[in-house]
Design a protein around this ligand. Structure first.
Ligand SMILES: *[C@@H]1O[C@H](CO)[C@@H](O)[C@H](O)[C@H]1NC(C)=O
Ligand SMILES: *[C@@H]1O[C@H](CO)[C@@H](O)[C@H](O)[C@H]1NC(C)=O
Ligand SMILES: *[C@@H]1O[C@H](CO)[C@@H](O)[C@H](O)[C@H]1NC(C)=O
Length: 508
């Protein structure tokens, strides 16, 4: 029954490119048949055959005359059978509508249509305009491998984003993650005295802010309320002035996504929030930057009105990492197989979502991970990409979390004799050791490949997560590969001047 197979296939594909979260994509159950007493899990139950069996589908053929049950089901998009059979005429992010009424990006959805991506001569080095590095303000909590603000390598990053500040759920004022992290703001902005031209921005939000808990709905409530925004803006402006910061990066993870505490109204409200924030920052009397982080998966990115957000931001920081990890095990279409988390093929697919919407590539920073996603594999005889894993890799000695290793930790594992295999297409290194340990990461070589890719796509910059996960090796290699023309910086003083007592501002 080719139609049924096709239906199954597109449904699996529909949940495929969703990345880290399709935890709830709630696909299947795997049964697409129905009968007089058995309803469809998805779609309308069409005409029954003389055995009393029917097939589930959408559009007039299944939901129209002769339909047996669930006849009010509507397709995701309208492939031409009329809006009365569909929830929407087109797909989010301008992805393709398949002939069965599902949204997706592969040829099953798009037929022969291809996305036209920006093309630049690599040697124009478009991406060397900026290198934005996030600094994990909480890294002092690690048992080792810490990086104080004074230890941040200078001369490479054009922008440091201090991660994170939160928004108080009842007052809507900025608040520090904790008191100690709150003491570090001025030590980081003080680096501007040592690297002229350096900008230090505040990153507000982060993945954990939208975890279940009291902060989870703050962004949604803020975006919906101009009154709450005004309070937030005043506390932000005070913070920026007091701590000598140059901009703000909003990390809302993620609007609209109900598994992340989002609601449908976020789509429009985020634009309202950003346009009002931009106007407020423009009133500060000196230039203030504004950027937004974007996810690399269709699943989450569809909650962002990227076309209408764009005019308000200086740039988008695209998180083209974490594309795979232990969470894949609960995604039906992927399962517990080890895949690289910064796969260039998949990064290219992610960026196509931007090009489908004519986002200006000069406003896009390519995210680079200075860390790896690791697995403990099921079978020591099957250690290639795609082989099964049973859990996250063993926790690193300093980072202490299963499934993740910092660049500094991986460098040490390699020095101790791990096997390193380059995947030149995915532009990643796969490192294996101790029989069953597996990690994908980017080293000097693959970072250079990704830098060249950023230049080929005319991107305006690079973004790094995170400065403090590197022992200095990776950022140096990026600079040597040509990432930053701001490097003219040979005469940095060898010793750090005293910045005075650091910070007396834990929250504003
Ligand atoms: C990279 O992604 C492509 C497309 O999804 C996949 O075929 C390939 O196996 C991936 N490579 C790695 C190393 O994960
Ligand atoms: C681009 O970067 C490469 C590598 O650093 C350098 O050799 C080349 O001169 C740069 N091109 C331009 C136009 O600046
Ligand atoms: C910190 O701030 C408080 C309140 O503004 C002030 O009383 C105190 O003297 C300050 N401490 C230092 C070490 O600057």
């Amino acid at each position: 029954m080719p139609y049924l197979l096709k239906f199954l296939l597109i449904w699996f594909l529909a949940s495929q490119s969703v990345g880290e979260s399709a935890l709830q994509s709630g696909s299947d159950g795997g049964d697409y048949t129905c009968s007089k007493i058995k309803k469809c899990l998805l779609g309308c139950c069409g005409l029954l055959d003389n055995m009393g069996n029917g097939i589930c589908g959408l559009g007039p053929e299944f939901c129209g005359p002769g339909c047996t049950s669930s006849c009010d089901q509507k397709s995701e998009c309208d492939p031409g059978w009329g809006i009365q059979w569909s929830k929407a005429s087109t797909c989010p992010l301008n992805v393709c509508c398949s002939r069965y009424g599902f949204c997706g990006t592969t040829s099953d959805f798009c037929g022969g249509l291809v996305v036209s991506s920006p093309q630049c001569d690599i040697s124009t080095n478009s991406s060397n305009q900026r290198t934005v590095g996030y600094y994990e303000g909480w890294n002092w909590q690690r048992s080792c491998g810490k990086m104080t603000p004074q230890q941040i390598p200078l001369g490479y990053y054009t922008h440091i984003n201090f991660a994170f500040s939160l928004i108080d759920p009842s007052t809507y004022r900025l608040t520090s993650m904790d008191d100690t992290t709150g003491l570090l703001y001025q030590a980081v902005s003080g680096l501007k005295r040592r690297q002229p031209g350096l900008q230090v921005w505040l990153a507000v939000g982060g993945w954990a802010m939208n975890d279940p808990g009291k902060f989870r709905t703050v962004f949604s409530r803020l975006a919906a309320s101009p009154l709450a925004q005004d309070t937030f803006f005043e506390s932000l402006v005070t913070f920026l002035e007091l701590n000598d910061f140059d901009g703000v990066d909003i990390d809302w993870e993620y609007p609209v996504a109900d598994d992340r505490g989002g609601i449908p109204a976020d789509f429009e409200n985020y634009v309202l929030l950003l346009s009002r924030l931009r106007a407020r920052l423009n009133n500060m009397g000196r230039p203030m930057g504004l950027s937004v982080t974007l996810p690399a998966s269709y699943w989450y990115l569809r909650g962002f009105d990227i076309i209408n957000l764009e005019p308000h931001v200086d740039w988008y920081n695209v998180m083209t990492y974490d594309i795979h990890g232990v969470w894949d095990s609960t995604i039906k279409s992927l399962g517990p197989s080890a895949h690289a988390h910064t796969n260039l093929t998949e990064i290219n697919e992610a960026l196509e979502l931007l090009w489908r919407n004519n986002i200006n590539p000069a406003r896009v920073n390519l995210g680079l991970g200075f860390y790896g996603r690791s697995f403990t594999m099921s079978d020591p005889n099957c250690m290639a990409a795609g082989c099964p894993f049973k859990s996250g890799g063993h926790a690193g000695t300093c980072t202490g979390i299963p499934g993740i290793l910092s660049a500094a930790e991986i460098t040490k594992i390699i020095a101790d004799g791990a096997k390193v295999t380059l995947d030149p297409v995915a532009a990643v290194q796969i490192v294996t050791w101790d029989q069953d340990q597996w990690v994908s990461w980017d080293d000097t070589k693959t970072l250079t490949m990704k830098l060249q890719y950023a230049n080929k796509r005319c991107l305006g910059g690079l973004m790094v997560w995170a400065i403090d996960l590197d022992d200095g090796t990776l950022i140096k290699s990026l600079a040597e590969a040509g990432s930053s023309r701001h490097l003219a910086f040979d005469d940095l003083p060898d010793t750090f001047p005293c910045f005075g007592p650091i910070g007396n501002i834990s929250a504003t």
